[in-house]
Design a protein around this ligand. Sequence first.
Ligand code: HEM
Length: 210
Amino acid sequence: MKYPKQLLYTKFERFWHWSQMLLVLLLTLTGFEIHSSFSFFGFERAVRLHSAAAWSFMGLAVVSIFWMLVTHQYKNFIPTKYKLKEQVKYYTSGIFSGMPHPTHKSMYNKLNPLQRIVYAGLLILIFPVQIVTGIAYMYYHYPQNPLDAGGLTLAAGTHTFGAFLVVAFVIVHMYMTTTGYSVSSNIKAMISGFEKEIGQEETKSETQSE
Ligand code: HEM
């Protein structure tokens, strides 16, 4: 059966998503090498790469915040209780018995209520904490910088804790990408921008509100 397709992710959004993914991957690999979890790039190169990725990550964050505000796409990340219980029930039991998704996607409703909470936590809490503690780390830690090392322990501990939360997010996020109407449909949508409107016919009207 041929289903209509809807545009979910614009070109900029897909660029933002994939470049952020690459930067977070590089930050995580180099960060944990700096943490001495393993050796791959070599310590000094890991430090240089981590700093370069961190500045690119902050640049991307500034551009994407501007884009979110101009296009009103930030609305996708505002937490809501609407259908939250249904969504929890879906992930904890319904998904294993073929229950239909309780919510459906549209341009201004891309994330289900659980995703909204998790993504808002990542973008408004964890990433900013990584940025603030990362900058503090740069200024406390590097000998050429002016501050003394008094606050390093707190900044480093918080930064490492944040890094573990980022890793936890990535693992859950990768599992979630497989829970669309097919195993690969969510990833395909983030590549092409479009997704088939399977199962949305009957509930389409509920997703039109922003
Ligand atoms: C997804 C985001 C990030 C992750 C997962 C991450 C991860 C890590 C980890 C695990 C460490 C080692 C901490 C330790 O052992 O004490 C580290 C170190 C560091 N991070 Fe990050 N980080 C991220 C973002 C950032 C950002 C945005 C900045 C800068 C603004 C930054 C700056 C630093 C600095 C300066 C160090 C210390 C490097 C050194 O020892 O020379 N990080 N990071």
